[in-house]
Design a protein around this ligand. Structure first.
Ligand code: AMP
Length: 586
């Protein structure tokens, strides 16, 4: 077989990530942990398959670009603004304290102050990927504490973008030993810093002045062509193209370039489509990012430096959490918010890895230090979901969760445009899952007929639409027994699945059957195979979208033909019927 390291890395990385991701999921750990373990298995420090590190590194950069593009697409100034008073000072305080603790630890281990400082900063920034997952699972995104947590991370992310940009010109000052930085004088450093900041400013100004118009325009024109493939390509071309130009021309990091490309798009009406189109690519490459990080990890460090790992881990878990807890306490947020934020901040992830990689390449951080960061990060990612479970149990025992869930759905503060939720019917009602093209029509019709119903919808915009017409709508994913419980599934009469994904529908059907064996279930399908699959999962009836379209088209054709015949008759001269058809004038 010829030498194909790229294919080997892609295939090996994705297959191993799949296997270990599944194992992690089964063990109720974050799949992220599985991807990191897959990386360790594919790495040079364990026997067996060894992927090409250089290629892994490049693929992971694509992951970073797409992750940051996604962060930009969802970056909402409005959400950030509503919690600015707490998250800006809070995140700055937390980064400062955690970095200082890291600096102290580095200094105690005999590192120079530059390395110690970078090490500290690496420990201070929580992973957006890990936190978003935890919040989503618990339906906390729409609550105030969810917004505080996300706003907090956005401030941290922006700080890190700044650090990434400043690090190369400052490398000399911080004691880096890369060829560029070793011999730099302070004048050189200032000049380099000014030059970098100048280029970054030009890039940002250009993006704001030109990109903000051109990028949505390109996307809208592409959407007008009507080809889904070209639209997806346009989204990828924008994300990758802007990131590449940002790096090649303006020396801005891939991360910042992609983030700004996302922000430019986020006001466009097509941003949701862009986000969902880039999602599969983003997921695949984000996974490769974690695999490539795992590949760098040398497990021997666990035996060689257990105390250093423990200290690093404690800074991440206790230092960051404590800061989050204290700040929210000072701002008199409810106890539940204090604890959620403290738990959410008790881990580090992608940004620490990106920063550590850059610092290693600039000679600012040793491989050992990076290994320490990786080991502690791995531990924190394993422990974090467990901490959330402990928090959930504690909340359930104290009845806080229910009270808060009720509060968050009833309370509408001026920054949260989601209207109040109407009361969910206690029994004999219909549960409608999805409020898109199909569900909204079904919901309105049931409402007109005065039937009691509750809607479950995962998109915030659709949920708002349902609530605006007075329907009780739960914002959340119906593939969760908690969400179904909230909809009073055990006492409901029927469950209508109007969502298009049959795999998800089947999972919902199984959960529903477990909780309520008698409920009538009607599901939407798109093919004969799906119909069979949904029936097997427990659906009582299915509606295949395409056959209904065909039936409606046939009905329409029949009435069209009848209409044409009537018109033809009406236009004919009175004696035309008497003339044989073949001699009628054309
Ligand atoms: P449509 O295909 O236009 O009828 O839209 C389907 C709707 O279902 C969209 O608004 C989705 O946000 C929503 N949806 C899809 N999957 C789920 C799910 N698992 N739980 C709740 N809502 C969902």
């Amino acid at each position: 077989m010829h030498h194909t390291p790229l294919i080997a890395m892609l295939v090996g990385g994705i297959c191993l990530a799949f296997v270990f991701g599944m194992i992690a999921q089964k063990l109720r750990l974050s799949p992220l942990f599985g991807y990191l373990v897959a990386g360790i298995v594919a790495g040079p420090f364990t026997p067996g398959f060894v992927a090409d590190a250089g290629i892994a590194q490049q693929l992971s950069e694509i992951g970073v670009i797409l992750i940051m593009f996604g962060v930009g697409l969802h970056f909402s100034i409005g959400d950030l603004w509503s919690v600015r008073k707490i998250v800006i000072p809070g995140a700055l305080f937390q980064v400062l304290i955690a970095s200082s603790l890291g600096l102290l630890l580095g200094w105690l281990m005999g590192w120079n102050w530059g390395s110690s400082l970078i090490f500290g900063i690496c420990l201070s920034v929580a992973s957006t990927v890990v936190l978003l997952r935890a919040l989503e699972e618990r339906r906390l995104l729409e609550t105030r504490r969810g917004r505080i947590a996300i706003g907090w991370l956005i401030v941290e992310d922006l700080l890190m973008v700044l650090v990434l940009v400043m690090l190369p010109p400052l490398a000399g000052l911080l004691g880096g030993d890369s060829p560029d930085s070793a011999s730099a004088s302070s004048g050189d450093i200032l000049r380099a810093l000014g030059w970098t900041l100048g280029k970054v400013t030009v890039f940002i100004v250009l993006m704001l002045a030109i990109g903000r118009r051109v990028i949505p325009w390109i996307l809208e024109r592409t959407a007008g062509v009507g080809s889904r493939e070209l639209f997806t390509l346009a989204v990828l071309a924008i994300a990758l193209g802007v990131a590449y130009v940002a790096t090649a021309v303006f020396s801005v990091s891939f991360a910042l370039g992609a983030f700004l490309a996302g922000v430019m798009l986020n006001e466009s009406k097509l941003s949701h489509q862009a986000a969902s189109d880039s999602l599969p690519m983003r997921d695949a490459f984000a996974v490769l990012f974690f695999v490539s990080v795992g590949m760098l990890f040398d497990p021997r460090i666990l035996l060689e430096q257990p105390l250093a790992i423990l200290a690093t881990f404690l800074i991440i878990v206790l230092g960051n959490s404590f800061c989050g807890f204290i700040v929210t306490r000072i701002f008199r947020e409810p106890l539940q918010t204090q604890l959620t934020l403290a738990t959410g901040l008790a881990q580090i992830g992608e940004f620490s890895f990106i920063l550590a990689a850059l610092a290693v390449s600039l000679g600012l951080l040793s491989e050992d230090a990076r290994n320490l960061i990786l080991a502690a990060a791995l531990l924190s990612i394993i422990v974090n979901p467990m901490l959330f479970v402990i928090l959930d149990r504690w909340s359930a025992r104290h009845g806080v969760e229910n009270r808060l869930a009720a509060e968050s759905s009833l309370k509408v503060d001026e920054d949260d445009p989601l209207p109040d939720r109407a009361t969910i019917p206690p029994a004999n009602h219909i549960i409608v899952v999805g409020f898109g093209r199909v569900g909204s029509r079904v919901g309105r019709s049931l409402q007109e007929h005065g039937l009691p119903l509750v809607v479950i919808e995962s998109s915030r915009d659709q949920c708002r639409e349902a609530r605006e017409i007075g329907l009780p709508c739960i914002l959340g994913n119906a593939v969760s027994s908690d969400v179904l419980k909230d909809a009073h599934l055990d006492t409901a009469r029927a469950l209508l699945l109007t969502t298009p994904h049959s795999m998800e529908s089947a999972a919902i059907i199984r959960l529903a059957r477990e909780a309520n064996a008698d409920i009538a279930i009607l599901a939407r399908a798109h093919s004969d195979d799906e119909v069979a699959y949904l029936h097997k999962a427990g659906a009582d009836a299915t509606i295949m979208g395409e056959s209904e379209i065909a039936r409606s088209m046939c009905d329409s054709v029949e009435s069209l033909v009848r209409l044409a015949q009537r018109l033809e008759k009406a236009n004919k001269p009175p004696d035309a019927d008497a003339v044989p058809a073949e001699i009628l004038p054309v």
